[in-house]
Design a protein around this ligand. Structure first.
Ligand SMILES: [Mg+2]
Length: 273
């Protein structure tokens, strides 16, 4: 196994989780822009990944731009794109999709070359439909029950919120559909599925050794990185603590823990000297 420093020295691409890693809510972390500038100087590419498919890729690019981050369109990978990655490999005939999705996610599916249809679909995609209606739930259950390929975008049961409400997310909607149809999704594409990182690797023609994934959650970001064989980096600016990370069995632990993105920048510089 190459040393950590030699792995950092040969990195060609870093994949960032967003909330808790590069910003918290609407507050950009101070070391984010300097790290991205360093990566551009070192000719290291970067992508941003998120399970939250209630926004489209274009909406995320806008959001990042408002925070001062210039990101080319293909630098953002939403769980919707991981779902298309799965469909291309496992249901290559599927062009016509019935979806339970927010409008932005349907936009991304269309841009990826799929058609959104109401009748005679080839496959079903369930995301986080914030415009959910009973009628569409019934139609979705019907197509699932008929045995069509069925992909969920991500496993999250709720979306965290500080408001006085609960936001049932894709995982909760799939649980309802499982109760109604007896079927679970054939695949759940977003984090922690390595499908999400495979989408990034394929898009930029990268090998797992060329890539690091950095995030603030152990059971999504770090787990996905370990399963995909990319360097797993935990940042302590969000959910998980170093103690929690070290209490995991060795194969599930992050391979590098950084205090924040400034710490990562320092380690990258040191490894390349
Ligand atoms: Mg996060």
């Amino acid at each position: 196994m190459p040393s950590l420093s030699s792995r950092l020295a040969r990195l060609r691409h870093i994949v960032f989780d967003m909330d808790g890693t590069i910003y918290l809510g609407s507050r950009l972390f101070e070391p984010t822009l300097p790290l991205l500038a360093l990566l551009r100087r070192l000719d290291v590419g970067y992508s941003f990944v998120t399970n939250n498919c209630s926004r489209s890729r274009a909406e995320y690019i806008d959001h990042l731009r408002r925070l001062g981050i210039a990101a080319p369109p293909d630098a953002v990978v939403v769980s919707t794109h991981a779902a298309t990655h799965y469909l291309r490999r496992h249901a290559p005939h599927a062009r016509r999709l019935f979806t339970l999705n927010s409008p932005g996610a349907d936009d991304d599916l269309r841009l990826a070359g799929f058609e959104i249809v109401q009748e005679s679909p080839d496959a079903v995609v369930v995301g986080w439909d914030r415009t959910l209606t009973y009628d569409r739930l019934c139609r979705t259950a019907w197509f699932i029950k008929r045995g069509l390929p069925y992909v969920a975008t991500h496993p999250d049961r709720v979306c965290p919120t500080d408001e006085a409400t609960v936001l049932p997310d894709c995982g909760a909607i799939c649980a309802l559909l499982e109760t109604a149809t007896g079927r679970r999704p054939d695949a759940v594409a977003g984090k922690p599925s390595p499908t999400m990182l495979q989408e990034v690797l394929d898009r930029h023609a990268l090998a797992a050794d060329d890539v690091a994934m950095i995030g603030d959650r152990l059971y999504t970001d770090v787990r996905m990185a370990r399963d995909a064989g990319v360097l797993a980096v935990l940042t302590l600016t969000g959910e998980a603590s170093a103690d929690e990370a070290m209490s995991l069995p060795a194969p599930e632990r992050p391979e590098l823990i950084v205090r924040d993105l400034h710490d990562l920048a320092q380690q990258l510089r040191a490894a390349r000297q």
